[in-house]
Write a protein that binds this ligand. Structure first.
Ligand code: ADP
Ligand code: MG
Ligand code: MG
Length: 936
């Protein structure tokens, strides 16, 4: 009890306290009850720096113990950001006072003062929201410089060039971010001109005079653009930068990023003001990014890059080529820091219990950590290796592994194809390998080249498969990346923008490909020897980094191959075993029963080996039960008018129905099988040509003209709402008799051979109890007859598919008469929203854009449809607590929908066979977060 009060008090203070200090010996934010809340208030960066400052770490070089080496600073909470917006985008007075107070505290801790002309304190003003949005919001470095303090910095450091470099960087960022004088349009041209004049590749090659001149030019541009001189008052600079970072929460690219990643718009940035440490102060200084494990493969080897004598984003921006992190060990000036970094990484992984993505800076041979976050953008394969390895290494439990795997869709990626290695070999032999870059995001893509992000958007909307080719990408390219199948860049490494974004989106990426040269002016591209015009097809492999001319066929994933019983190599086998391991853990922790939809015999086998616990939906009008060669008979059934017509069609269909059902029962070995009675959309099955009409006429022994006439008459204006499902059976009970008879005869055959069976016969598209009872009666009759004829008792059950609002509303009336029902979520969505799934193309994108729907309701359970699901569930369970209720449709592969079904208390779901792993993992994650008392 006491503890709870303390937590509540801490949380109370969390919302009220506007700023939190960290560094030195302090980590004020640790007073905030839990990590979630800390992240919410301090953002990822602020809470990360706070936790790093608080955790225990032993410096391997000095032997000292203490927090991780984080430069001191303070974080203004996201609550304050919200207050800023509520206050017409002006910083409230009391917040200004709090900033002054914390700034004084930072000055006390560091012994330096902002604006001191002899030894100025410099800070960075950094963004950071609760949800990671890498590169989406803004940060200003080296704040505190003006014409006078820059002199002080030069004197104090004894390095004029360093001071000039800092001032240039600050001017550039502050002008762009705080003053709205955009780099792209106003500053970059000035920079380009000097670089060209000096024939220099980047600013680091310029002399001091040029740096100073360029700084002057930037500031002059500010005066021209804003009519005001570049601010010299350092306190004004600080407040303006804080405001700018607040505002960057709603920058165009941040808004777009949130929309694409389904992050609510209320997620805004906290602001961290951090003591500057300098990676650009000589050869014993550096800046870098490292991943504690490889984000592509998940291997437990440090991956990353660093640059000596550089600052901040230099590595990520790919302006200068970085060096692989391992090389630090061989640099006498940096090898101590390398040791510190290795020790820090270990401490970080153990503390955060996950692989980390770390930003660091080395000043004077000493390591500082600027940021850490859970390693994002990992491939499905990397996530699998990381969590299973961490369990093996002994610091994660299987439950944590299930949760930390992250988005269950990563499992799908593991089942995705890659280029066929033989085809790749052949392409190499044929000389089609035109470049090799750094493999940055797994997957294989073949598509038309485009060199403009805007073009990609337009073309992909028209259905083209596009590979975006750029020098390097920036946040402006995010829309283009989103629409492309894959991305190829000339520059950058595994931590470049293109690499990070592509991994997050699960797209193939090859970066830093030498020999890729884009002539934007002429709109052509050279890759190696080849000149390529946009529209030509290339293929890229994000697994090998290879770029091929022309298209390339793809090969299935090793896991998929292994599941199909094929031989795979050692790596493939290991991966497969880990995949199984994770699924085993997930199965132990889920609450929902996971069944599969039947597609083919092969797929059913696969689903069962993934761990499907039964069949949730066998559509009798399709594949396994009515193979294509019986289509004529099935069409005849839909055109039947006399009882002879019906009998003839059903007699022809019956043997295949029996065989199909028997196959299912044998594979299931006693697991439940929901077999749905016919539910064809009639128009789809009517004759499509004279030849088909003639074939049906022959079968029915009717005149061609008669069949044509009936076909025309049977054509419906609204086939989705027409004479389908249960309505077929009310008109022609013989259909039900025959189907139920077939299913139960197959069951009897199995039973006689000792194979246990659990047939569940399902009536589709129902609207009320009278209708259900009429059809159920026929099923029971048929069952009685079958059991008599076979001389054996057959356990069977009867249920319905709930997919109309009417069935939802009347669920309490019929629940007592049934053993189960499932939601046909697709049709329920269609009937509730009156939107036809197959016709959403023209308006759904606009609906998503305007926020009318949060997501396409056919790919993620719509919240209104969810209320219908809940209503039927509650009504039915009240009337019949034993009724088994589950959801089927295409949402089993959508983790969000699975979690919703879990939270509602449903008994199960049914998913497409290849989505079963996702469904199992999503169900386990949901249950670990919100446990159920007992599993069904
Ligand atoms: P982003 O969200 O784009 O990563 P950051 O706030 O992390 O923005 O800062 C951008 C770059 O500047 C990063 O490389 C970071 O490590 C570096 N940086 C930020 N603050 C400091 C600081 N106080 N001293 C040195 N480098 C810093
Ligand atoms: Mg950062
Ligand atoms: Mg349906």
């Amino acid at each position: 009890m006491k503890q709870r009060e303390e937590t509540a008090a801490a949380q109370g203070s969390g919302a009220d306290q506007p700023i939190y200090f960290f560094g030195g010996e302090e980590a004020e934010g640790m007073a905030i009850g839990d990590r979630e809340e800390r992240r919410r208030l301090l953002g990822g960066k602020g809470s990360g720096m706070t936790e790093m400052a608080s955790l225990t770490y032993k410096d391997p070089v000095s032997g000292e113990e203490g927090g991780l080496p984080v430069p001191p600073g303070y974080t203004i909470t996201t609550e304050q950001a919200r207050r800023y917006f509520d206050n017409d985008e002006r910083i409230p007075e009391d917040l200004v006072e709090a900033v002054d107070r914390y700034q004084a505290r930072l000055e006390e801790t560091t012994g330096k003062t902002l604006g001191d002309v002899d030894d100025p304190l410099l800070v960075s003003v950094r963004s950071g929201a609760a949800v990671s949005m890498p590169g989406m919001m803004d940060t200003v470095l080296n704040l505190g410089l003006n014409h006078r303090t820059v002199e002080g910095l030069a004197r104090q450091s004894g390095d004029r060039r360093f001071a000039g470099d800092c001032y240039l960087r600050f001017t550039e960022q502050f002008a762009d971010i705080a003053l709205g004088v955009k780099d792209e349009t106003h500053l970059k041209p000035l920079r380009r001109a000097i670089l060209e004049k000096r024939d220099a590749g980047d600013v680091s090659e310029l002399g001091l005079d040029d740096l100073e001149h360029l700084t002057w030019e930037y500031q002059h541009a500010v005066l021209e653009e804003t009519g005001k001189p570049f601010p010299q008052d350092v306190r004004d600079q600080l407040l303006a930068a804080i405001e700018a970072v607040f505002r960057s929460s709603y920058s165009e690219r941040a808004v777009f990023f949130r929309r694409v990643n389904k992050i609510p718009d209320t997620v805004v940035s906290a602001v961290s003001v951090v003591f500057m440490v300098f990676g650009n102060r000589g050869e014993d200084c550096a800046t870098g990014v490292c991943f504690t494990r490889n984000p592509l493969t998940g291997e437990n080897v440090v991956t990353g890059e660093y640059l000596t004598n550089a600052q901040g984003e230099d590595v990520v921006a790919g302006i200068r080529a970085g060096q692989p992190i391992e090389e630090m060990e061989n640099d006498s000036k940096l090898k101590d820091a390398y040791q510190q970094l290795s020790a820090a990484q270990d401490a970080l992984e153990r503390h955060f219990r996950d692989a980390q993505d770390v930003e660091f800076t080395i000043e004077g041979g000493r390591l500082f950590i600027l940021q850490t976050r859970d390693l994002g953008g990992r491939t499905g394969r990397a996530a699998l290796n990381i969590v299973t390895d961490m369990v093996e290494e002994g610091f994660l439990s299987p439950e944590e592994a299930v949760l930390k795997y992250g988005d269950p869709n990563g499992l799908n990626e593991l089942l995705q194809p890659a280029f066929d290695s033989e085809e790749e070999e052949r392409a190499r032999e044929e000389g089609r390998l035109i470049a090799t870059g750094i493999p940055a995001s797994a997957g294989a893509a073949t598509g038309e080249v485009s060199i403009s992000s805007e073009q990609v958007e337009v073309l992909s909307r028209r259905g083209h498969d596009i590979i975006l080719v750029r020098h390097e990408t920036s946040p402006e390219d995010v829309n283009g990346l989103h629409s492309a199948l894959g991305v190829l860049t000339a520059r950058g490494g595994v931590v470049s923008h293109a690499a990070i974004v592509a991994r997050g989106m699960g797209k193939a990426a090859v970066v830093g490909a030498e020999g890729v040269d884009i002539d934007e002016q002429r709109g052509v591209l050279r890759i190696g020897e080849e000149t390529i015009t946009p529209g030509e097809v290339i293929s890229i492999s994000g697994t090998t980094g290879e770029v091929f001319m022309g298209s390339m066929p793809v090969a299935p994933s090793p896991i998929k191959a292994r599941m199909a019983g094929e031989e795979v190599d050692e790596d493939g086998e290991r991966l497969y075993q880990k995949f199984r391991q994770l699924l085993d853990w997930a199965r132990e922790h889920k609450g929902l029963q996971i069944r599969c939809n039947t597609e083919t015999e092969e797929d059913l086998k696969v689903a069962l080996s993934f761990g499907a616990e039964g069949v949730g939906l066998a559509r009798t009008e399709h594949n396994m039960l009515i193979p294509e060669e019986r289509r004529t008979a099935f069409t005849a059934l839909l055109l039947a008018q006399t009882s002879e017509d019906y009998q003839k069609a059903l007699d022809s269909l019956r043997p295949v129905m029996e065989d199909g059902a028997e196959t299912i029962f044998r594979l299931l070995e006693g697991k439940p099988a929901t077999i749905r009675l016919f539910d064809p959309v009639p128009n789809e099955f009517l004759p499509r040509s004279d030849i088909e009409t003639a074939r049906v006429a022959g079968f029915m022994e009717l005149a061609f003209e008669e069949v044509r006439h009936r076909s025309v008459a049977r054509e419906e204006t609204n086939p989705m709402l027409g004479h389908r499902g249960v309505r077929l059976f009310v008109v022609a009970p013989e259909i039900v008799e025959s189907q139920a008879g077939a299913i139960l005869t197959a069951a009897a055959r199995c039973l006689k051979e000792g194979v246990s069976v659990r047939p569940e016969i399902q009536i589709p598209m129902v609207i009320n109890r009278t209708e259900i009872l009429k059809v159920a009666e026929t099923i029971h009759d048929a069952a009685r007859k079958t059991m008599e004829a076979e001389g054996i008792e057959i356990p069977y059950s009867v249920g319905v598919m709930v997919e109309t609002p009417a069935a939802v509303r009347t669920a309490d009336a019929f629940a007592g008469d049934l053993d189960f029902f499932s939601y046909g979520v697709n049709d329920l969505t269609q009937t509730v929203l009156a939107i036809s799934r197959d016709d959403t193309g023209h308006f759904m994108p606009a609906y998503e854009e305007h926020g009318i729907v949060a997501a396409d309701p056919f790919s993620s359970l719509d919240p209104i449809v969810a209320t219908f699901v809940e209503e039927a569930f509650e009504k039915a369970k009240r009337a019949n607590p034993d009724i088994f209720v589950f959801a089927s449709g295409d949402l089993g592969g959508d983790p969000h929908s699975v979690a919703t079904f879990h939270n509602m208390g449903l008994d199960g779901i049914s998913a497409g066979p290849w989505l079963v792993p996702i469904a199992i993992l999503a169900a386990a994650q949901a249950n670990l977060k919100y446990p159920r008392e007992e599993t069904p």
